[in-house]
Structure formats: C-alpha cells, structure tokens
Design a protein. Structure first.
Length: 311
C-alpha cells in the first residue's frame, strides 16, 4: 500500500512533516512546506472549523497527498519550476483539490522571470520545430530566430504587425532552405517543409500565441478569472477530442483524463506518468494566448498588431 493511501482527512503542517518523513523524505520541514505554498506547489492551509478548536490551520487531504506526489516527482525533477507543472496539470484536468488561486501561483512559478522566462518562451514558442528529426535551416538562421523570439517574449508592449512580419521572415529563413538527402545511392533535393507536417505559417501562429501569453503574464495580467476562462476552453477542446477519439477507438483507448488526485497518486512510478504532467504549462500558456487574442485591445489585454490564428 502506498503512503498516500493511508491519508484520511485534513492535517496541520506538523502532520504534513510526519507524512513526508514516513514516506522516506527526512529533509522535509515546515520551512520547505511554507516555501512550496508561496510558489503554488501547495495551497494555503485553511483555518480550523470552530468545533475543531483554534489551533494551527489545516491542509486538506488532497493537499497532503499532493505533497507526497511532489516529493516523489522531486527525485527526478528537483527544481520547483518543474514541480509547478504537477498542480497545474491536476487543476487543468478538473481535480478540485487544487484551487485556482494555487494554479495561478504555480503558473507564475513555472514561467519565472529573467533567464527562466526566456528559456520557457524559447522552448514553447519554437516547440513545433523540435518535431523535425534533423534541425532545419542553417545554424545562423536558427540562432537569429531564437534571439528574436527571446527578445519578443521579454517585451511588455503590444505585439505589432511589424513584429509579425519580422518573425515570419525569420521562421521562413529557418524552414525554407533545401536539404540534400541520399536515397538508394541517388542524391535528391527535398524541401524540409515537405518532410514534416509543420509549416512555416503554423510555427508563426504557434509562436505568436505563446508570445502574447508571455507578454501578458510578464506585465502583470494574470488573474484567477483569466485562468478560469482558459480552463473552460481547454476542457471544451478536450471533450471534443475525446468524442472524436471514441469514434475511432475503443473507449479505454480514448485518452480520458483523470478526475481526482487519487488517480494520479496510484499511478506514480508507472511508465509514462511523468510525461502526463510535463507540458501542462505549455498547454495553459497556449490557452492564455488565445484568450488574450480574443479579448482584444479594448480591455488592455490584447495586441494591436495582426493576431495569430488558432494553432
């Protein structure tokens, strides 16, 4: 039986420390737990009900389980920025043990500032290019594109039509060059854009959506209402996807998401469970970019330039 299966009911911070020690994590103390609360890895404890006395505030049973899952995840991904995707993933897929206020903190922890946010922007915005078996374009062209995306991601100004033009040119400079390959001892020249489903237009639209989201978050535009809106949109798209998948595959293969933290807790250690978590921040960032684009400049959240299409 796993350690989290013994957990029943809420507990104070002292109980959380005992939980962690019993699960094989002797380094956990009150300071670590409070630090994780400030980052959104855990939620704030709630005051005890009147009938339970006026002692220390208590964490829910779900948060107690979440602590143990985070500690297990920490064995391979020790950085808080990586751990932050776990509560984000649970929140996205409907687990009520992770409230929106916690998800908001976790999102900002995952995105970070300075060098961290630059790396997130680069990796997420240029993610479609990673689908190529061999990097397209020349090294200088790729370097120019990375520098451009990084610079745009750090700007707090609205995304302009000129920036769209520059970004499009940079992406095409990477994807347009011809690549020489050898097949059956004959040399053939093929366009790199024909060897993968990713197109230059798709990469630009994806990158612009990410840039809109990052710019919005870095200028302080994150709030719980925005996250709630993006979660509704995400769940709607997932529902549509499951319906399409169910039409072609048996129900057990349709990829239905988990509904509570116990589902995830029971699968910690199974092959592929971490892959289910990694990418939650990227999914949320894309939905935020779409929401910011849809809101428009009227409320100060949109862009004045050309708005990217949905990717």
């Amino acid at each position: 039986m796993q350690h989290w299966q013994h957990i029943e009911g809420p507990g104070t911070i002292d109980v959380l420390v005992v939980d962690a020690h019993a699960a094989g994590h002797p380094d956990v103390n009150e300071r670590l737990i409070r630090t994780w609360v400030s980052m959104g890895l855990l939620d704030h404890p709630r005051p005890r009900p009147a009938h339970r006395g006026s002692g220390k505030a208590e964490y829910s049973a779900g948060q107690r389980r979440l602590l143990l899952i985070l500690l297990e995840h920490r064995r391979e991904q020790p950085k808080p920025t990586s751990l932050a995707q776990l509560p984000l993933w649970l929140w996205l897929y409907g687990d009520e043990s992770v409230p929106t206020r916690q998800a908001l903190k976790a999102l900002l922890t995952w995105l970070g500032r300075g060098r961290r946010s630059q790396e997130v922007t680069r990796d997420v915005a240029l993610g479609p290019l990673a689908r190529f078996t061999h990097p397209p374009g020349t090294a200088p062209a790729r370097s120019r594109l990375v520098r451009l995306v990084t610079r745009l991601g750090q700007s707090t100004a609205d995304f302009t039509a000129r920036e769209h033009t520059v970004l499009t040119a940079a992406v095409r400079a990477v994807m347009a060059p011809l690549t020489t390959v050898t097949v059956n001892w004959q040399t053939r020249t093929v366009s790199s854009t024909t060897t993968a489903p990713t197109t230059a237009e798709g990469v630009v639209a994806h990158a612009e959506t990410v840039l809109l989201a990052v710019q919005h978050l870095l200028r302080g535009g994150a709030h719980e209402r925005l996250l709630e809106q993006t979660r509704v949109a995400f769940r709607a798209s997932m529902t549509a996807h499951r319906h399409r998948a169910a039409a072609d595959r048996p129900r057990h293969e349709a990829g239905e998401p988990p509904r509570d933290i116990a589902w995830l807790a029971d699968r910690v250690g199974e092959p592929g469970w971490r892959e289910r978590i990694d990418g939650a921040g990227e999914l949320l960032l894309l939905e935020i970019g779409r929401a910011v684009r849809a809101a428009g400049p009227a409320d100060g959240t949109g862009s004045t330039g050309r708005r990217p299409g949905r990717t």
